[in-house]
Design a protein around this ligand. Structure first.
Ligand code: BGC
Length: 872
């Protein structure tokens, strides 16, 4: 039998990309389930005209294919990759992914509307009747915009993609998408192409200064449609001055502010009609096409729909709908269920939290309006959801221009972000911890709207490098985020400053406002830490090759920034952002030069490894010398009488994580760190910079119990504090809502800021126990070593779907009697380490290290182990 199945087939890390070059096709054999034994596999690639480009047999255990020598990708084609797995019983399971080859857009021109754009905050519309000479075999349309666009054939949107072409460093790169229009021409050879064009990141307001037109003065659309016919000929329809344009019913659209649509507007029904008499000729703009690049990750989509949990009137009289989850996306309103014929204006405001009085809180949005206004709405308008913005919210506040009976079933929240397969899961017997984990995942959804952002609601929503760097490991355990991060890293390299410094946000919109705020320690270091982390998780060195110059320039910048190459950058820094070890500052108590020195050492050491991996021996030798020099400098500057001269938790953590120390120094610093935490009533006081490594350093230096206690701490400051306060996402501040129920100050109080969620990495590695050795990449050499005895939980289970397949571990601890199940994917080796095990109690054979009280059991690919043992 032959079955269609889902193997998460991806081409160059995407489900449906546009390609200039084939680099990698991957699939997940173990999605077939453990009971099916795969004997062999084949991989084929076919062009839409039936031409076969590849047909190879792949070993049963392989799930990444990278040998494409001789596969020539002809431009402007649609291709199909098929993987077929044949089981030992002869059944065949296949998965198919379509992808497109690239275009140069031929004669296509950028189009704008001939209206006064200075006044035009609303959308532009474009339209063209496309007539083909005969029934086509395939029709592909390539589209992009300076702004945000949606493409329709008649009244049907061609794809579920949203917020296209996505946000990139537009001066260097504007992505384009490819859409298959073939089905629209099944019955007819003439169709109306329609386009909506909004402002988005390109023209709309960005940053707290609400700067418009950051990237250009005109919003513009470009499209190139290629139809292929059975006889081999093609017909092209490209944007030119025969297209028509008009202003559309969306009168205002801004990323931060939301959207206003007027249903009484002359073009309100433009999608349903083909009458274009009131339209003008589109205006051709002479703008560069070289910036157009195939899209690099999947475009944003609605990934789930959340129904209202409750509706009530707040003390100040607002009708408020509670979706039960702080989320990011848009609300779809069923106007037919809410309204009749009488034109009504509905105003929908969004809020993340309810204040101590029970009213929706808007203060933390700063200048962002987060408002959707539906003017002259009637039942006839059907259902509506905004097109060119997204909001961060849990609560929706509904007001109407006339008395209205609001029904909560008329509202649904659509969650929007870059779609990525989930790769991780965590569950335990502890509801608070499970909620913390869910909050981390929700924080990632909300801040993965095409760019890794700090927060999704206030007038910021920017690709802060530091936040991205601290979260990337957790992010990659949670979701298959390779393409998402790789896209952002390309922009980081493009936006890097001439001297090698790295802007604070990518795409860079801050350097031009605050020229001095770049290259902060732990922020700019994203340039090295992020590519390295992608490499660690995926084992694909192409990311290192691509980013090598960028990484190298970052190290050079730090080496050249001060009087000595070893001290780190003496310039601007954010410090240990939001640490609690100092009063009245957001920057924490750890001195900036200390942070700069530690991170310089850390990234230089990573570069030493990277240069070695890529065969740049001379560079590797230089980095080695640099690392030794920084260690010396650090010792002379920051160590006195065997102690660090800086007495903060973060300082101890970073020295342990980043500096070359003697065993004695290491022991002393770790002991001091542990003491600091205990003396602080077992509480952390670290910020964005120290927190991500705090539990890891405690655990690795013999203080796992303290790490566990910190994770399980419920009183402020702690991860679970926000959970006990009802958080459904990770807060920016440890005390976004204070003990007395009041808020931290308005200017900086996001309730959806994933940075402190970086603790997820520790939960995967030390609670579930899924980790890899220092030398391993792509989880080729596993270390499965959960903290069973020291954990407060009695039961933990979880998994990580790695590039080699699923790694899973589940354990329970009943009064010291442990039962464990471990799943190891094919092509993997590793070891299972049972810490604190009683000698002779393990049901499987392993080597016992009496001093460590640990059994070590070798793991081999494809194994599922089930065992029991007793802890000491
Ligand atoms: C952002 C942070 C960011 C920081 C820089 C804030 O406004 O929201 O997450 O990293 O600035 O310190």
């Amino acid at each position: 039998m032959r079955y269609k199945t889902n193997l998460n087939l991806s081409v160059n890390y995407q489900a449906q990309p546009v390609l200039t070059k084939l680099q990698r096709i991957s699939w997940q054999t173990d999605l077939l389930g453990a009971n099916l034994d795969v004997a062999s596999g084949t991989l084929t690639i076919q062009q839409e005209d039936g031409r076969q480009l590849l047909n190879v047999t792949v070993p049963a255990t392989t799930n990444v294919w990278r040998e494409f020598d001789g596969v020539q990708l002809v431009p402007e084609h649609r291709l199909r990759a098929t993987v077929t797995l044949t089981t030992t019983t002869g059944d065949q399971y296949e998965d198919t992914a379509t992808f497109f080859t690239a275009t140069d857009f031929g004669q296509a021109a950028w189009l704008t509307s001939p209206v006064d754009t200075a006044a035009g905050e609303g959308e532009f519309l474009f339209s063209k009747a496309l007539t083909l000479s005969a029934a086509p075999v395939a029709v592909t349309m390539y589209t992009s915009a300076r702004g945000l666009y949606e493409l329709y054939v008649g009244d049907q949107k061609v794809s579920a993609d949203l917020l296209t072409p996505g946000w990139t460093s537009y001066d260097h790169t504007i992505q384009y998408q490819a859409y298959d229009l073939t089905p629209f021409f099944a019955q007819t050879t003439t169709r109306q192409l329609n386009v909506r064009l909004g402002n988005g990141w390109y023209l709309g307001m960005l940053t707290w200064d609400r700067v418009k037109n950051m990237f250009g003065d005109h919003k513009a659309f470009i499209g190139y449609c290629v139809a292929r016919f059975a006889d081999g000929h093609t017909e092209v329809c490209a944007t030119d001055d025969t297209w028509q344009s008009a202003e559309g019913p969306i009168r205002l659209n801004e990323i931060y502010d939301g959207e206003t649509i007027d249903f009484a507007h002359a073009q309100a029904d433009f999608l349903e009609t083909t009458d274009r008499t009131a339209w003008s000729q589109a205006q051709v703009l002479d703008l560069a096409k070289q910036v157009l690049t195939p899209q690099q990750d999947q475009a944003c989509r609605v990934t789930q729909v959340v129904a209202p949990m409750a509706m009530y009137q707040t003390p100040n009289g607002d009708v408020t709908i509670d979706f039960g989850q702080n989320l990011v996306g848009r609300v779809r309103v069923d106007l037919a269920a809410l309204l009749g014929d009488e034109p009504t204006t509905l105003t929908l405001r969004h809020s993340e939290v309810i204040d101590a009085q029970g009213n929706p809180y808007f203060g933390n949005l700063r200048e962002a309006k987060e408002t959707v206004t539906l003017q002259n709405a009637t039942a006839e308008a059907g259902s509506y959801a905004e097109h060119f913005s997204f909001q961060g919210f849990r609560y929706l506040i509904v007001t109407a221009s006339r008395p209205l009976r609001v029904v909560k079933t008329a509202f649904q929240a659509e969650v929007i972000h870059t779609p990525m397969p989930r790769t991780g899961a965590f569950a335990s017997d502890d509801a608070l911890l499970n909620r913390l984990y869910e909050n981390i995942v929700w924080g990632q959804r909300g801040n993965f709207v095409d760019v890794p952002t700090d927060c999704p609601q206030r007038d910021e929503r920017l690709g802060w490098t530091g936040d991205t760097q601290v979260f990337i490991s957790t992010g990659l355990y949670n979701f298959d985020g390779y393409a998402f991060y790789a896209k952002w890293l390309r922009d980081l390299a493009s936006d890097q400053l001439p001297h090698g410094g790295v802007p604070a946000v990518i795409p860079d919109v801050v350097t031009r406002l605050q020229p001095q705020t770049h290259s902060s320690a732990a922020w700019g270091d994203a340039a090295v830490i992020c590519p390295w982390t992608l490499y660690k998780f995926y084992g694909d060195e192409t990311i290192l090759v691509r980013q090598y110059d960028s990484m190298k320039r970052w190290i050079e910048f730090n080496s050249n920034a001060g009087p000595t190459p070893y001290a780190g950058n003496p310039g601007f820094h954010y410090g240990d952002w939001l640490a609690l070890d100092i009063e009245g500052s957001s920057e924490g108590a750890t001195p900036h030069p200390y942070l700069a020195c530690c991170f310089h050492r850390y990234t230089a050491a990573l570069m030493q490894r990277i240069a070695t991996i890529l065969g740049h021996a001379d560079d590797a030798a230089d980095y080695k010398a640099l690392v030794a020099g920084i260690d010396d400098y650090f010792n002379q500057t920051y160590i006195k009488d065997g102690e660090l001269t800086i007495a903060t938790q973060t300082a101890q953590v970073l020295a342990l994580k980043m500096i070359g120390l003697t065993a004695a120094q290491r022991q002393a610093i770790a002991a001091r760190l542990n003491g600091m935490v205990i003396n602080n009533n077992t509480h952390l006081n670290t910020g964005f910079v120290g927190t991500p490594y705090l539990l890891e350093m405690l655990t690795q230096h013999g203080y796992a119990k303290t790490a566990v206690a910190l994770l399980n701490q419920k009183s402020f400051p702690s991860w679970l504090y926000s959970v006990t306060k009802g958080a459904t996402t990770i807060w920016e501040h440890w005390d976004g809502i204070k003990l007395d129920g009041t808020f931290w100050y308005d200017a900086m109080n996001s309730f959806n800021h994933y940075a402190f969620g970086a603790v997820g990495n520790w939960m995967y590695r030390y609670l579930i126990g899924i980790d890899q050795t220092e030398a391993s990449v792509g989880f080729s050499d596993l270390v499965i070593a959960p903290l069973v005895r020291d954990s407060k939980q009695r039961y933990v289970s979880g998994n990580y779907q790695s590039v080699r397949g699923n790694i899973a571990c589940a354990w329970s601890n009943n009064d010291g009697q442990v039962a464990m199940r471990v799943q190891v994917p094919a092509n993997t080796t590793g070891k299972l380490i049972l810490r604190d095990a009683r000698f002779g109690s393990c049901s499987l054979e392993g080597t016992y290290d009496a001093e460590a009280a640990a059994y070590t059991i070798p793991l081999s690919g494809g194994q599922t182990l089930q065992l029991t043992y007793q802890v000491l």
